[in-house]
Design a protein around this ligand. Structure first.
Ligand SMILES: NC(=O)c1ccc[n+]([C@@H]2O[C@H](COP(=O)([O-])OP(=O)(O)OC[C@H]3O[C@@H](n4cnc5c(N)ncnc54)[C@H](OP(=O)(O)O)[C@@H]3O)[C@@H](O)[C@H]2O)c1
Length: 271
């Protein structure tokens, strides 16, 4: 073997030894750090609180509802956890960098990123406005890309990345077209990013809830329409934010390591 080949082999072996392996798994959730975008309310707030309960220091994020974000932080602190909140619009790339910078200043790095911030505007194709279409693209498709790009740069070895899709990618209900397309993008993002992060024991997945009892789902629907969706699930109820947070927490735990590059459907069986 040439001297150059020996040096390359030695360097590769040293690098491999530094990474978490099956024999030396990723650290437990204790003392890990999580960023959850869109965590002032709904699924994000439940996820932030659940990850804090599991031992993560958490950066909470909002775009407008600062009081709600501060309330999530207070709840986490009251329960003995550590958290900060950062107002940052995920559709703005500089704001996303600032979100990660402020997390790093507070907690020293990041192990878990949940790209959860999202908006939904519904209309049949013929009535969908340019503004509503553009906002969904900006927040859901471009915003989540920007969060995942920053996660790809900064998540520590052994980390977890989860991005929120939706079971609407399978249900394909009328009026959901552009929204569903932005959610289908998350499934592609997760599958490809998982491969790009090979060798670092970082697992990346899309999580696709069904109908969940948050204002994103209930706004603009009649009680009859909401009850109709609930009746379509075998469990005869809407999902609650905590149902989704539980599944995200599982993916982010040590036990979730082997689920990688997948779309996980958490929808009570509606599809
Ligand atoms: N609810 C469902 O039935 C359902 C089903 C499938 C998938 N999902 C997905 O799950 C995720 C969470 O949904 P949810 O139902 O919990 O929604 P939600 O209750 O409406 O909460 C949305 C969260 O996102 C934040 N947000 C919105 N635009 C943002 C932006 N540009 N930058 C940063 N944060 C922003 C909001 O912050 P502010 O409070 O400051 O506005 C809020 O914290 C979304 O990606 C959604 O597509 C939801």
């Amino acid at each position: 073997m040439s001297r150059r080949a020996v040096l390359a082999a030695t360097a590769a072996a040293a690098g491999a030894a530094a990474l978490p392996t099956a024999a030396q798994p990723a650290p437990t959730t204790r003392h890990r750090v999580a960023i959850v975008t869109g965590s002032s309310r709904g699924i994000g707030a439940a996820t932030a609180k659940r990850l804090a309960r599991d031992g993560h220091a958490v950066t909470v994020n909002c775009v407008a509802n600062r009081e709600l974000a501060a309330g999530v932080v207070r709840d986490i602190e009251r329960a003995g956890g550590r958290a900060i909140w950062v107002q940052a619009d995920v559709s703005d790339p500089r704001a996303v960098q600032r979100l990660f910078d402020e997390n790093e200043r507070a907690f020293g790095g990041v192990d878990v990123v949940v790209s959860n911030a999202g908006v939904m505007r519904l209309a049949p194709f013929r009535d969908m406005s340019d503004e509503d279409f553009a906002r969904m693209m900006d927040v859901n498709q471009k915003g989540s890309f920007q969060v995942l790009r920053e996660a790809a740069r900064r998540v520590r070895d052994g980390g977890r990345i989860v991005t929120l899709s939706s079971s609407i990618t399978q249900l394909r209900t009328g009026t959901y077209g552009p929204y569903a397309a932005t959610k289908a993008a998350q499934e592609i993002y997760a599958a490809i990013l998982a491969k790009e992060l090979e060798g670092r024991m970082v697992s990346v997945n899309a999580l696709a809830p069904g109908v969940v009892n948050t204002t994103l789902f209930t706004d603009g629907k009649t009680p009859q329409q909401i009850a109709g969706f609930a009746q379509r699930t075998p469990h005869k109820r809407l999902g609650e934010p905590g149902d989704i947070a539980d599944v995200i927490a599982g993916l982010c735990s040590r036990d979730g390591a082997w689920i990688n590059g997948q779309t996980v459907f958490a929808n009570g069986g509606i599809v």
